[in-house]
Design a protein around this ligand. Structure first.
Ligand SMILES: NC(=O)c1ccc[n+]([C@@H]2O[C@H](COP(=O)([O-])OP(=O)(O)OC[C@H]3O[C@@H](n4cnc5c(N)ncnc54)[C@H](O)[C@@H]3O)[C@@H](O)[C@H]2O)c1
Length: 268
């Protein structure tokens, strides 16, 4: 019988930012559970984390979790110590969290907001990648998927500079790690969504000015003329984690309805 090259059943994954809030990490966690992956989930939000664990188990998956702020070195250390204590064998790491404390023109951006944005997306991803790679090296196998953004490729031009810079750093971290560990059986890739209908974006859309001024720009920049869905990040994640992507490392996979093909991060 031919092996199913898309199967990742039986593998084990850590997903950071996996809390059940209707966002991308939530969708990816449930998608991995459905694919038969044993889950270790982490999130700063304990309640959301508990719900994701329960929902994954309801799908028949094995899931455990630990609260963790990935921006804090000691908390990431504690997360991976806990993973070691469970005997986890880390095949897959997916990093999802981000921070976007304020939308403002760059000359008005507060130092604290700049720092917070970088601490979660850049430092947090680095800390999780570093700890995962330490564990993947001896097993000579592993797959890391970082969630980037179209904003890290093309300027949005609407008060998102700190976020865009952080996401560009995530893309470059992915490439550096991919090249550094290509001969160690560790693959590192980025998924770059365009604007996705998550709870955060739904909140923005409630705002009339956003709805009238920003949303049309966003949609104009997406050739499919619609927002992405969190569930649409699942298939690309499963693919990148699977043997079907054995030769794929250092890639940036846009899941963006054609946005980057138009080079239109901010919309027109
Ligand atoms: N939503 C979009 O339009 C969009 C577009 C492009 C890229 N992205 C990227 O997709 C990813 C997910 O976005 P989303 O909108 O689904 O986000 P979300 O806010 O819905 O989910 C992120 C999760 O991360 C958790 N989290 C936040 N800070 C954390 C920290 N310090 N440590 C651990 N967990 C933390 C949150 O509690 C939440 O559960 C982000 O990396 C974002 O940059 C989103």
């Amino acid at each position: 019988m031919q092996q199913n090259i898309f199967s990742i059943s039986g593998q084990q994954a850590l997903v950071t930012g996996a809390g059940a809030n209707g966002g991308i990490g939530h969708a990816i966690a449930l998608g991995l559970a459905r694919a038969g992956v044993k889950l270790y989930l982490a999130d700063i939000d304990q309640e959301g984390l508990n719900r994701s664990i329960n929902e994954s188990r309801d799908l028949g998956g094995e899931a455990e979790g630990m609260r963790c702020d990935i921006a804090e070195e000691n908390q990431v250390q504690a997360l991976f110590d806990w993973l070691d204590s469970t005997g986890a064998q880390l095949d897959i790491l997916v990093n999802v969290p981000f921070a976007f404390p304020s939308r403002t023109r760059p000359h008005l951006l507060k130092y604290a907001d700049w720092l917070k944005t970088q601490q979660v997306s850049v430092t947090g991803y680095f800390l999780c990648c570093r700890a995962a790679i330490e564990r993947m090296l001896p097993q000579k196998r592993g797959c890391i998927i970082n969630i980037g953004s179209n904003a890290g490729v093309s300027a949005l031009g609407r008060g998102a500079m700190a976020y865009s810079c952080a996401k560009a750093a995530v893309h470059q971290m992915t490439r550096e790690l991919a090249v550094e560990y290509a001969q160690d059986g560790i693959r590192v890739n980025t998924i770059a969504p365009a604007q996705t209908l998550t709870p955060g974006l739904k909140e923005h859309i409630k705002n009339k000015a956003f709805q009238e001024q920003v949303l049309p720009k966003i949609l104009n920049g997406i050739p499919m003329r619609r927002l992405l869905k969190p569930e649409e990040m699942v298939g690309p994640t499963l693919f990148l984690a699977s043997p079907a992507a054995a030769g794929v490392t250092g890639a940036l996979l846009p899941v963006d309805g054609g946005n980057l093909a138009m080079n239109a991060g901010g919309g027109q």
